[in-house]
Unconditional design. Structure first.
Length: 52
Protein backbone atom coordinates (compact mmCIF):
# COMPACT_ATOMS: atom_id res chain seq x y z
CA UNK A 1 0.00 0.00 0.00
CA UNK A 2 1.11 3.54 -0.67
CA UNK A 3 0.42 6.88 0.97
CA UNK A 4 -0.81 9.62 -1.36
CA UNK A 5 -1.26 13.25 -0.38
CA UNK A 6 -3.77 15.84 -1.54
CA UNK A 7 -1.36 17.02 -4.25
CA UNK A 8 -1.07 13.60 -5.89
CA UNK A 9 2.40 12.91 -4.46
CA UNK A 10 3.47 9.61 -2.92
CA UNK A 11 5.42 9.02 0.28
CA UNK A 12 8.95 7.64 0.19
CA UNK A 13 10.57 6.52 3.45
CA UNK A 14 14.14 5.29 3.71
CA UNK A 15 16.75 5.12 6.47
CA UNK A 16 14.72 7.22 8.87
CA UNK A 17 13.88 9.98 6.40
CA UNK A 18 10.66 10.56 4.52
CA UNK A 19 9.70 12.78 1.62
CA UNK A 20 6.94 13.21 -0.94
CA UNK A 21 7.78 12.18 -4.51
CA UNK A 22 5.92 12.57 -7.80
CA UNK A 23 6.62 9.10 -9.21
CA UNK A 24 4.87 6.06 -7.74
CA UNK A 25 7.89 3.91 -8.67
CA UNK A 26 9.98 5.89 -6.15
CA UNK A 27 7.42 5.56 -3.36
CA UNK A 28 7.73 3.12 -0.49
CA UNK A 29 5.45 0.09 -0.56
CA UNK A 30 4.07 -0.34 2.96
CA UNK A 31 2.28 -3.29 4.51
CA UNK A 32 -1.35 -2.51 5.41
CA UNK A 33 -0.36 -2.22 9.08
CA UNK A 34 2.46 0.22 8.29
CA UNK A 35 0.37 2.27 5.90
CA UNK A 36 -2.37 2.79 8.47
CA UNK A 37 0.05 3.14 11.35
CA UNK A 38 2.68 5.70 12.28
CA UNK A 39 3.18 7.35 8.88
CA UNK A 40 -0.52 7.73 8.17
CA UNK A 41 -1.36 9.23 11.55
CA UNK A 42 1.71 11.47 11.49
CA UNK A 43 0.41 13.26 8.40
CA UNK A 44 -3.34 12.82 8.45
CA UNK A 45 -3.87 15.23 11.31
CA UNK A 46 -3.24 18.16 8.97
CA UNK A 47 -3.26 16.72 5.43
CA UNK A 48 -5.70 14.71 3.37
CA UNK A 49 -3.76 11.44 3.07
CA UNK A 50 -5.10 8.42 1.20
CA UNK A 51 -3.97 4.82 1.59
CA UNK A 52 -3.95 3.24 -1.86
Amino acid sequence: MYLKNQYGQFYQYSKGFGKWVEDLEEATLFTPEEARGTHYHKFNSNQNIEVI
